[in-house]
Design a protein around this ligand. Structure first.
Ligand code: LMR
Length: 303
């Protein structure tokens, strides 16, 4: 997908730096043969070191198996992220944009931020675009419109089962113009229960069905995340991104938390001034507490 220009647009040549753990070396060699075989016009070189990388997509981590919660993975993944952070700190370009995908994504990103202090903190993000896309598609299915007709859902907080997918500000565009989802789906109970649960549990449902984590949607969402971050969000549209935020909406500063953002010229900014009702407030605060607890567990894993 990256070499085809899905992540950075059709005019951006690239060098792919590919790295995997030792047991996967042979498989990676196969990928390194296949990439040139595909004769991608944008792909100029393939290398291993992370010297001068401008974009780092952190997919690696111990995968979640059926029955495992994200916290179960922390003792395995947190040390990996500390080590990867040190490699990026030493070798990556000083303005490297980082996207952490592997779970627990928010906390892995936080550890990476702590151990790569020279990368600007705004450049370290984690993936909630997958959840954002899931939320868009759930609403499209429910209201019976195309997914492209729905915009501005929000994923607050954590890429985990405690995340809060919210559609209070989302709209649907049809021949009758743009209307709030809340007006079109008058069943508030669906938006407050089934919608939230389905998006929260989608990763788990996919693991149950496939006996393995999501792959296709989990590969596509990082491309969406990066494309919008680098090239900008279309006017009037926001996306969800986990990042080290500024205390907006009363969320503590020192965690990686997912918010609605707009992007322009390679920089993101928080969509401010959204009205937060009591229901949302309680959910948002609960996730912040969860992430603070997760951060403590992560630090204890390092110790
Ligand atoms: C997903 O949301 O599909 C994945 O994050 C699930 C997982 O834990 O691998």
């Amino acid at each position: 997908m990256i070499a085809r220009g899905i992540m950075l647009g059709p005019n951006q040549p690239m060098i792919l730096h590919l790295l995997d753990i030792a047991p996967a070396t042979e498989a990676l060699n196969g990928v390194k043969m296949e990439l040139p075989d595909a004769a991608f016009p944008l792909l100029k070189d393939i290398t291993e070191t992370c010297k001068d990388v401008n974009i780092a997509i952190m997919l690696g981590g111990f995968p979640r198996k059926e029955g495992m919660e994200r916290k179960d993975m922390m003792s395995k993944n947190v040390p990996i992220y500390k080590e990867q952070a040190s490699a990026l700190e030493e070798h990556a370009a000083s303005d490297c944009k980082v996207l952490v995908v592997a779970n627990p994504a928010n906390t892995n990103a936080l550890i990476l931020k702590e151990f790569a202090p020279s990368i600007p903190e705004k450049n370290i993000t984690c993936l909630t675009r997958l959840d954002h896309n899931r939320a868009l598609s759930q609403i499209a299915e429910r209201i019976k419109v195309y997914v492209t007709d729905v915009k501005n859902v929000i994923i607050w907080g954590n890429h985990s089962s405690t995340q809060y997918p919210e559609a209070n500000h989302a709209t649907v565009t049809s021949i009758n113009g743009e209307r709030p989802v809340k007006e079109l789906d008058t069943d508030d109970l669906w938006l407050k229960n089934e919608f939230i649960n389905t998006v929260q549990q989608r990763g788990t449902a996919i693991i149950k069905a496939r006996k393995a984590s999501s792959v296709l949607s989990a590969a596509s969402a990082p491309c969406d995340h990066m494309l919008d971050w680098v090239l900008g969000t279309p006017k009037g549209i926001w996306l969800s991104m986990g990042a080290y935020f500024d205390g907006s909406y009363g969320i503590p500063k020192d965690i990686i938390y997912s918010f609605p953002v707009k992007c322009e010229k390679g920089k993101w900014s928080i969509v401010k001034g959204l009205k937060i009702d009591e229901f949302s407030r309680a959910k948002m605060d609960a996730i912040a507490k969860d992430l603070i607890d997760e951060k403590e567990v992560a630090h204890s894993c390092l110790n």
